[in-house]
Design a protein around this ligand. Structure first.
Ligand SMILES: [Fe+2]
Length: 262
């Protein structure tokens, strides 16, 4: 549940606020009535970004990803990013008017990130990561997604090998993504360091894999290879990926071969 308090009836500010973190309830938020250029704001809006819950129980990914890992990763690290972001937003009123997606893009600031970027991007990245997995995941994609993967990677086996190779050659902490490139109209595997997310280049993410050590250490210690293979064979949600690709088709005409839309 979110928290949003407006002192006027204006609905011009929309915030993606879900599963509000109780710790912030009742917190007094400093607010400025004017934009930096001195013009008057239309309304006072107090809002926070919330800690979104994974779409399954915390033990639902066992034995491949333990409840202990989810408690630490979602309940600890992800929560910390949310709380740190909200603390930063207390001090930067001008950023209140953005959804989380917009906040990530705006604070990236064309490659010169503002202080809020890392926390905003990590909140977005983790929301997306939880929904990139499902109980009983793995297997192979169906319908149009499989066709598109075969078109862009030659075969599903080749795609898997390239995704795993990308994950295992990522230096340090970061993310591996399957994205749809808007201009090229094709799927690509990309790697990003630290908090950087393909949203900032206007790519459309389809799947993500968290390659920060906190994502796998409790279950797999330093065996990144085992973690990545388990993700691909047992956890990845092709259902989410298929839905995301279908949604992406609203914006990108993939051309031939046609990707069937249910
Ligand atoms: Fe993480």
């Amino acid at each position: 549940m979110g928290y949003c308090c407006c002192t006027s009836s204006s609905s011009s500010f929309n915030h993606l606020v879900t599963n509000f973190t109780p710790r912030f309830k009742g917190l007094k938020i400093p607010h400025q009535n004017k934009w930096p250029d001195g013009s008057q704001r239309a309304s006072k809006v107090y809002a926070y970004h919330g800690l979104k819950t994974p779409p399954y129980k915390l033990d639902a990914l066992e034995p491949y990803m333990s409840r202990r890992t989810l408690e630490m990763h979602w309940g600890g690290h992800h929560r910390s990013y949310v709380e740190a972001l909200n603390k930063q937003l207390e001090k930067n009123d001008i950023l209140y008017g953005h959804t989380l997606d917009e906040l990530v893009k705006v604070t990236y600031n064309n490659g010169n990130p503002l202080p809020e970027f890392n926390n905003a991007a990590q909140v977005w990245n983790h929301d997306f990561f939880w929904e990139s997995m499902q109980p009983g995941g793995g297997d192979i994609p169906k319908l149009g997604l499989l066709q598109q993967i075969e078109k862009d990677f030659g075969s599903f086996t080749n795609f898997k090998e390239k995704f795993i190779e990308a994950a295992l050659t990522l230096f340090g902490s970061g993310w591996v993504w399957l994205v749809l490139k808007r201009k090229e109209k094709r799927l690509e595997i990309i790697k990003t360091s630290n908090a950087v997310t393909p949203l900032v280049w206007d790519d459309i993410p389809i799947i993500s894999l968290d390659m920060w050590e906190h994502a796998y250490y409790l279950d797999y210690k330093n065996d990144r290879g085992k973690y990545v293979n388990v993700f691909m064979n047992q956890l990845v949600s092709w259902n989410s990926a298929t839905a995301r690709l279908m949604y992406a088709e609203t914006f990108v005409n993939l051309g031939e071969p046609k990707v069937p839309v249910a």
